[in-house]
Design a protein around this ligand. Structure first.
Ligand code: MN
Length: 400
């Protein structure tokens, strides 16, 4: 395979992300995030679930007024009122998308809906017909809980959907149930069934920590689009993290034969905007956006990075609008101290004094404070003077 495939990024931060506990946004914030997502380069923005509340309706209406390049998508169940709410709130946009949530698995059909497969089929085609009637041309059929669904029933549902004019299918791993190999096989089988003219969108949840891995497996199996949220916010353990997927597409794009439209260096500012709005504490170690994602404290690693960055850093923090940092702390070595002191203007560093500084920092509970160059220089000068006045030569090990 040598052609490069474009992968669409479908941002569901404002719908699947926002609907989870603790992530509530004001209408103004939603509009701000939609504008930021458009600047970031996402292809589609799911604006919300307009029938669910006047707030979602209004946010969708306002977002449709401000978008120019990204396509808004409304979420609806296979219910007339839901579709009408999408049509009304999205009326100002020329060709918006609609995502119709149908039910795939018997667990959901039987226990959540309490209906039969036949009824699901009927309400699905009725909904598609209605969506067309009210003007939607770009209609996605989402099969809720697809990864626990009977394939033959999905074929029936999708087949009927295609006959009635859907343009895409969404394959949600609604409860985060799949392994990457399983999700790959499902998307591949669905691709074989729908052919090349129907778009396939991957939608994965992170209950087993596999949302991103499964999304990538979906792309490898032929998905045209991935649905993701900024910082991975979403129900329970969250949705697939957009920034992680984009990083993978950037650094493994050649292997995956993929390209995308995301302006990578805006990822940090866009995720930060969301985090600020939500008062979200992003875990320190979260890939790409965590505070430590591009930080190094261990002396051995710092020494390697100082000699050749690729020893421990294959991604460039700046590519994502982040900063690569080496931290002075209780695990760092003498090399970083030497480098920082030299940068702060100490021309000839006495290794015996450096050794004393190192020992002092190692035993300091607040070693991180020496990341302030003024404090570090102050400490160096103090210990330099101490050494002279006491006449004691504290030469310790010079090993790093
Ligand atoms: Mn979901």
């Amino acid at each position: 395979m040598n052609f490069i495939k474009h992968v669409g990024i479908f941002d569901t931060t404002l719908r699947d992300g926002e609907q989870a506990p603790g992530y509530s946004l004001t209408t103004e914030q939603k509009v701000g995030l939609a504008e930021a997502a458009e600047r970031l380069g996402v292809n589609t923005i799911e604006t919300g679930f307009p029938a669910s509340s006047p707030k979602d309706f209004e946010a969708t209406r306002q977002i449709c007024n401000v978008l120019s390049r990204a396509i808004p998508c409304g979420f609806a169940r296979t219910v007339i009122a839901d579709i009408d709410a999408c049509a009304q709130s999205m009326a100002s946009f020329a060709n918006p998308k609609i995502q119709l949530a149908s039910v795939g698995s018997d667990i959901h059909i039987k226990y959540k809906r309490g209906i039969t497969r036949q009824q699901v089929l009927q309400e699905t085609v009725d909904a598609i017909d209605h969506a067309k009637r009210v003007g939607f041309k770009d209609i996605s059929l989402l099969l809720e809980d697809a990864t626990r669904s009977d394939f033959l029933f999905m074929e029936q549902l999708i087949g009927a959907g295609i006959e009635h004019g859907i343009t895409a299918i969404v394959v949600p791993d609604t409860v985060g149930y799949c392994l990457p190999g399983e999700y790959y096989a499902l998307v591949k089988d669905l691709r074989d069934f729908v052919g090349e003219d129907i778009r396939i969108s991957a939608h994965c949840h992170n209950d087993l920590g596999l949302a991103v891995a499964n999304s990538i497996a979906g792309i490898e199996a032929g998905a045209d689009e991935v649905q993701a949220t900024l910082c991975g916010i979403g129900e329970r353990a969250g949705n697939a993290s957009m920034e992680e997927i984009v990083a993978i597409l950037c650094y493994k794009g050649e292997r995956l034969h993929c390209t995308h439209d995301i302006v990578q260096h805006r990822l940090h500012e866009t995720c930060s905007l969301l985090a600020n709005y939500l008062n979200l504490n992003i875990p320190l170690h979260k890939p790409i956006v965590g505070r430590n994602a591009f930080s190094t404290e261990a002396g051995m690693h710092q020494q390697g990075i100082m000699k050749y960055r690729f020893t421990y850093e294959f991604m460039r923090a700046a590519d994502f609008g982040a900063e690569s940092r080496m931290i002075i702390g209780r695990h760092s070595g003498r090399n970083i101290l030497r480098q920082r002191l030299a940068r702060a203007g100490i021309r000839e560093i006495d290794y015996r004094v450096l050794d004393r500084v190192y020992t002092a920092i190692m035993s300091d509970e607040q070693a991180e404070k020496y990341n302030d160059p003024n404090l570090l220089v102050e400490q160096y000068k103090l210990l330099e003077l101490n050494g002279i006045s006491s006449g004691v030569d504290h030469v310790g090990s010079n090993l790093n």
